[in-house]
Ligand binder design. Structure first.
Ligand code: B12
Length: 212
């Protein structure tokens, strides 16, 4: 088994100590950080997702996988970061109200930071009012919203409506993402874009900022 496959397997098993050791070994061995993220750490979550859906894995086990993933991400994060954030656009990001999923959000945050954006992370279960307050306080150029549940997708629309009602809609570009989303939904709720993953988010955000 390749070293990256071993990392994926250890994430799936929730074995955070092994994830830590193997990730460090891969870094020391010169494997590029993005490769460790995509083909090791996230590949592990790709094993978890269908097993959770089919009932072969339960919440405590998924939480252990999430913890193992976080352990690895902690090690690669400094390698992805740049020190170009001075003068860069601000990206405000959160998972919407009612939704506690944060793995994808954290990944987007990490990749955006690595792209030189100034990132403000408001966390999970963030209400429309908290988004509005966050925009007033941090004055971001881009706002990112994450939802993983079909039941919380509509909280994105409520949030965009609240931003519009507060008179702030023209001051920000809004990107949305998360596994159940699709481009037409983003358009329907009045977002400026949908991205399938964190790297696409960084590219679209950079393009939107350049256009402004
Ligand atoms: C891990 C997980 C959990 C963990 C979360 C741990 C954590 N700290 O986040 C736990 C166990 C707590 C959990 C709980 C629940 N979960 Co859950 N969970 C998952 C699982 C297996 C993986 C999600 C994940 O982290 N994926 C990996 C990340 C990297 O991918 P991602 O989030 O999609 O993010 C990427 C892109 O979407 C994009 N992106 C994400 N956000 C954004 C934002 C922007 C702006 C942009 C541009 C891009 C972008 O970039 C990211 C990186 O590339 C999914 C299965 C799945 N297929 O998604 C189910 C899933 C999302 N969960 C589900 C359910 C039902 C639940 C629970 C209701 C279960 C329960 N009975 O309690 C609760 C809900 C709790 C709540 N209120 O939020 C369902 C949702 C079904 C639906 N149709 O709504 C899924 C799909 C599983 C299934 N049944 O198939 N869950």
């Amino acid at each position: 088994m390749s070293d990256l496959k071993k990392i994926a397997e250890a994430v799936f098993e929730g074995d955070y100590e092994t994830v830590h050791d193997l990730t460090q070994q891969a870094i020391d061995g010169g494997v590029p950080a993005m490769e460790i993220v995509s083909n090791g750490l996230l590949a592990g979550m790709d094993i978890v997702a269908p097993k959770f859906k089919s009932g072969e894995m339960f919440i405590p086990e998924v939480m252990m996988s999430a913890k193992a993933l976080a352990e690895g991400l902690k090690l690669v994060k400094p390698l992805l970061s740049t020190d170009e954030s001075d003068g860069m656009a601000t990206f405000l990001m959160a998972t919407v109200k009612g939704d506690l999923h944060d793995i994808g959000k954290n990944l987007v945050v990490m990749i955006m930071e690595s792209g030189g954006f100034n990132v403000v992370d408001l966390g999970i279960d963030v209400s429309p009012e908290q988004f509005v307050e966050g925009i007033k306080k941090h004055k971001p150029q881009i706002v990112g919203m994450c939802a993983l549940l079909t039941t919380t997708m509509m909280a994105m629309k409520e949030t965009i409506d609240a931003i519009t009602e507060a008179g702030l809609r023209d001051s920000v570009k809004i990107l949305v993402g998360g596994a159940p989303l699709y481009p037409e939904f983003a358009e329907k709720i009045g977002a400026d874009g949908y991205c399938v993953d964190a790297v696409a988010c960084k590219e679209m955000a950079a393009a939107l900022v350049a256009k402004k």
